[in-house]
Design a protein around this ligand. Structure first.
Ligand SMILES: NC(=O)c1ccc[n+]([C@@H]2O[C@H](COP(=O)([O-])OP(=O)(O)OC[C@H]3O[C@@H](n4cnc5c(N)ncnc54)[C@H](OP(=O)(O)O)[C@@H]3O)[C@@H](O)[C@H]2O)c1
Length: 212
């Protein structure tokens, strides 16, 4: 699969690197320095390159991994992504990342879908801290994998995101339509609270169990 990364920071850099190592053709884009993009592409191996957001958007799936305040700018640079699958891990946070600016009756993922109505938005990868991703990938052959909730209104797009989640080492969990992101996004803040408070470190993922 060709995967374009819009926002090559903590999430985009790590996920893009893992996608490339699992054989996907990855294009990193959107960082403040071209040197950083170049280094990311070099370190991620033969399947990775870097470019402008517009080039990254020419892919089977695009990962949107920017701060909420930068979404409009990066979409603009990407040519507004008229069609295609957009997997978003971006959370609708305020400027100092202390709170959600959208919630309960809407979600960042639904707002994003409104901005790019012809695209197929999937909310995924937004519920774990970036620090856990290398560990999840390293443990991908274990039977007990952590979960990753995915929601979207388009089944094929959701399956594509599920495939990427499997590649990273998660068991994807189909959480239903995109409107469920209203509940997923606050859950992501719970995970962040558990990850970043306390002394146990941020390498935290979660796993759902159905008993009976
Ligand atoms: N970090 C997490 O653990 C985590 C977990 C779940 C969800 N999320 C969500 O995922 C999204 C991405 O988070 P992140 O932690 O990966 O953010 P990040 O590390 O700040 O990455 C954002 C990327 O955007 C780039 N960028 C910012 N301003 C720019 C500008 N003016 N011009 C060009 N590039 C610019 C940054 O460039 P530089 O690389 O040069 O800084 C960076 O590559 C956010 O919406 C966040 O809420 C994050």
């Amino acid at each position: 699969m060709r995967v374009g990364i819009l926002g090559s920071g903590l999430m985009g850099g790590k996920l893009g690197t893992i996608f490339a190592r699992t054989g996907h053709e990855v294009t990193f884009s959107y960082a403040r320095s071209e040197q950083k993009l170049k280094a990311l592409a070099r370190d991620a191996g033969d399947k990775a390159r870097y470019g402008k957001p517009r080039q990254a958007a020419e892919a089977d799936a695009v990962l949107l991994a920017v701060h909420w305040s930068r979404v409009d700018e990066v979409l603009d640079q990407a040519g507004n992504l008229p069609r295609g699958v957009v997997v978003t891990c971006s959370l609708p946070m305020n400027d100092d990342d202390s709170d959600l600016v959208i919630g309960h009756a809407a979600s960042g993922a639904e707002e994003l879908q409104k901005k790019i109505p012809k695209a197929q938005v999937v909310a995924a990868f937004n519920t774990v801290p970036s620090e856990v991703l290398p560990g999840v990938y390293a443990a991908r052959r274990r039977a007990r994998r952590p979960s990753m909730v995915c929601c979207a209104d388009h089944a094929a797009a959701k399956e594509l995101a599920a495939e990427l989640a499997r590649d990273v080492g998660f068991t994807p969990v189909d959480a239903g339509p995109l409107r469920i992101a209203r509940y997923v996004e606050p859950f992501a803040l719970l995970v962040a609270q558990l990850a970043y408070s306390g002394a146990d470190g941020p390498e935290l993922a979660y796993r759902f169990e159905r008993l009976g």
